[in-house]
Design a protein around this ligand. Structure first.
Ligand code: DP6
Length: 345
């Protein structure tokens, strides 16, 4: 290796409709999940590899131009687990620079975009190092697997607009080790918008990893697994037929189940705030009154994602600004939409 090798990728976050909650083994999900890949909430990461100067691989990490020791430690540990897949890591020192398009303090989960952007760069550098180009489908499948090892939900960010992760008879080719793109979607799902209402921008009181662990021996664990089967079968039907009414029912049931599981685990905890509940009630009332198919979902935090087809954007945006911003921290909202996944910069 004579020269420094460099690459940079932009990778988006994603919002799960069927939630991944509970894992086993090496980052394997206890149930299949389905998500929409976003476009505006992304991470950009640049990685350079130089010939190694010492015995072990050194990793220099800058987040938004500054050192970020907590995240650097997670990244170093993650990279340490990847050399069996990316042998070039034995020979190099790495310099990583990363930044997010969404404000760091927005309370938006950034592990999906951050880990997938990093996995893209590392897989790309491996390809450059061995000078052995891979087809896009092989490349993105491997990137999904590598992303999963960094953060489970990250494996669903690598393509779009709708991805599934976790082996199930209902999705041919599905796997526990990487995510696959869902085909045969009704066109309306290519136009889905996600308005992310920033109800609270604080750091999560319980990490997702700690939350996943509480699914082991959860009193409602078996019921959750059978509920997922029904939700997945119904969601796949709705995605193919464009049935937004059923899509809404499933998305909201999954969000409320996720939080109900947190509230009923051995070490129970509550991430919703009074404003989260106010917003959810407003969404249901607005839908009843207008017939506009807008629904809510939540990830592991208090912020509310509003999902709706692009055709209703103007009306929904007006309502968000007139009514819902009162429930948001500093009246903040991020307008995002379904996208097609990462791009090389
Ligand atoms: C609630 O992917 O953050 O957002 O694998 O421990 O990194 P780790 O967990 P993470 O969990 C996300 C859970 C979720 C639901 C989902 O995205 O499916």
């Amino acid at each position: 290796m004579e020269h420094t090798l460099t690459t940079a990728w932009r990778s988006p976050s994603n919002i799960a409709i069927i939630k991944y909650w509970g894992k086993h083994g090496n980052q394997l999900p206890i149930n299949p999940s389905v998500s929409i890949t976003l476009s505006q909430a992304y991470t950009e990461t640049k990685v350079s590899a130089q010939r190694k100067s010492g015995d072990s691989t050194s990793v220099a990490f800058l987040f938004e131009g500054k050192e970020a020791p907590a995240f650097a430690a997670r990244i170093e540990k993650y990279i340490g687990t990847l050399s069996e897949f990316l042998p070039f890591l034995h020979d190099v020192d790495l310099t990583i620079e990363s930044s997010n398009a969404f404000p760091h303090s927005s309370g938006i989960a950034s592990s999906a975009s951050a880990m997938s952007a990093l996995a893209l760069c590392l897989a790309d550098l491996q390809m450059q190092y061995t000078d052995a180009p891979q087809s896009p489908s092989v490349f993105f499948q491997q990137v999904s697997l590598l992303s999963r090892l960094g953060s489970g939900s990250a494996c669903r960010s690598v393509i779009g607009p709708v991805m599934a992760w976790g082996e199930t008879d209902l999705i041919p080719g599905s796997s526990d080790v990487f995510a696959v793109q869902l085909h045969d979607l009704d066109p309306v799902f290519h136009t889905m918008r996600d308005a992310i209402l920033i109800v609270d921008d604080g750091i999560k009181s319980v990490s997702s990893s700690a939350g996943h662990a509480l699914m082991q021996g959860h009193p409602f664990g078996a019921a959750r697994l059978s509920q997922v089967k029904t939700h997945l079968a119904d969601l796949l039907k709705a995605l193919r037929s464009g049935d937004l009414e059923h899509f809404t029912v499933i998305a909201e049931a999954e969000a409320l189940t996720l939080h109900a599981l947190m509230m009923t685990s051995a070490n129970s905890y509550v991430l919703m705030t009074p404003n989260t509940i106010q917003v959810m009630n407003h969404v249901r009332a607005f839908r009843r009154e207008t017939g506009i198919p807008v629904c809510f979902t939540l990830d592991a935090g208090p912020n509310v994602h509003l999902l709706y087809p692009d055709a209703h954007h103007a009306r929904v945006q007006q309502w968000i600004e007139d009514v819902l911003l009162d429930f948001c921290k500093d009246r903040r909202v991020i307008y995002d939409q379904a996208g097609h996944g990462p791009v090389r910069l």
